[in-house]
Design a protein around this ligand. Structure first.
Ligand code: CUA
Length: 337
């Protein structure tokens, strides 16, 4: 090959590479990472993208040049020249991909093993998924339960998942990882949040009518703020004399994901509007208190016309303590609303 073809090939490759690079950089393809694990996954992603851009540029250059220079004349129906292999070329095009794929495999393996390696002083959190809510409990803090995933910054966190009914999937885009939750299995996921902020927790497995509403938030706070939050929550829940707050029961059990209730500031649309509870009770011909209690404990006993059957989670009757249930009923029916 003389200087002319090489310059043309290089020119085309540079243009193709520049266009591909512009497309890669112009759009926010990935959210800004908020965990060390996501940072490593991002590195791996860009490592592969750079390799792809280089290969893309070479292929486009070779293709464009061939179409341009070696195009057969319209009336030329003769066979192409018989070419029988080119050992050096074949060694090169075997060796280069082998090295590239091996380097991707090695860096991926390093990322995976470092992402899975728990740090010191691990914070363990049990995550429960059920139609259509997430709940998080902290076994080291008296099994304190929260509907929001509260996390301290820069601490190794291990989530252990339990699915109560069907398959769900846990995803915080900024943490870069997804984990399916399968009934009967208890998979774990390791995250080390490294950026303060509030991020969405999304269910990414179609799990029923309320799938789209199965969302909550993850809050990454400073370690001091996290300890303070743990203490304030433990006080509210741990002390036997503490008044159980109906609003806390409502929030911690994710009721607002499906129900509208002005007092709780929720606007869920899957289940009946709880601001109209008194009217519904009248329609069902039951006293308000009995009606509210039965609807929580045995949700399929009466279905408000216009709302779907068998969507409300069943286990609240056994999951809530008597005082929690009482507090919730009076929160929904009482004057404090
Ligand atoms: Cu749970 Cu989708």
């Amino acid at each position: 090959m003389r200087r002319g073809p090489i310059a043309s090939l290089l020119g085309i490759a540079v243009v193709a590479g520049a266009i591909a690079t512009a497309v890669a950089l112009a759009f926010p393809w990935l959210p800004k990472p908020a965990s060390r694990e996501a940072g490593r996954i991002d590195f791996e992603f860009w490592f592969v993208v750079v390799i792809c851009i280089v290969i893309f540029a070479i292929v486009v250059a070779a293709m464009t040049y061939s179409i341009w220079k070696f195009r057969a004349a319209p009336d030329d129906e003769s066979d192409g020249p018989p070419i029988h292999g080119h050992t050096r070329l074949e060694i090169v095009w075997t060796l280069v991909p082998t090295l590239l794929v091996t380097s991707i495999a090695v860096t991926s393996a390093i990322v995976l093993s470092r992402d899975d390696a728990l740090g010191k002083n691990v914070l363990r959190i049990n995550v429960t998924a059920q139609q259509f809510e997430w709940s998080f409990s902290y076994p080291d803090a008296n099994n304190l339960t929260s509907a929001t995933l509260m996390l301290p910054k820069d601490r190794s966190v291990q989530l252990t998942f339990t699915a109560k009914d069907v398959i769900h999937s846990f995803w915080v885009p900024q943490f870069g990882q997804k984990q399916d939750t399968v009934p009967g299995l208890h998979p774990t996921l390791h995250i080390t949040p490294d950026r303060l902020g509030t991020f969405p927790v999304i269910c990414t497995e179609l799990c029923g009518l309320g799938h789209a509403t199965m969302r909550t938030t993850a809050v990454v706070m400073t370690p001091a703020a996290f300890e303070k939050w743990l203490k304030s929550q433990s006080k509210a829940v741990g002390s036997p004399n503490a008044q159980v707050s109906g609003k806390a029961v409502f929030t911690n059990n994710g009721c607002g994901a499906c129900h509208t209730y002005a007092a709780a500031g929720s606007s869920g649309k899957v289940g009946p509007d709880l601001d109209k509870l008194a009217a519904y009770a009248k329609q069902a011909g039951q006293p308000l208190d009995t009606f509210a209690r039965e609807s929580i404990v045995n949700p399929n006993a009466y279905i408000q016309p216009g709302y779907p059957k068998s969507v409300m989670p069943q286990p609240f009757g056994t999951q809530l303590s008597k005082s929690q249930l009482d507090a919730l009923v009076s929160y929904l029916t009482g004057p404090q609303k």
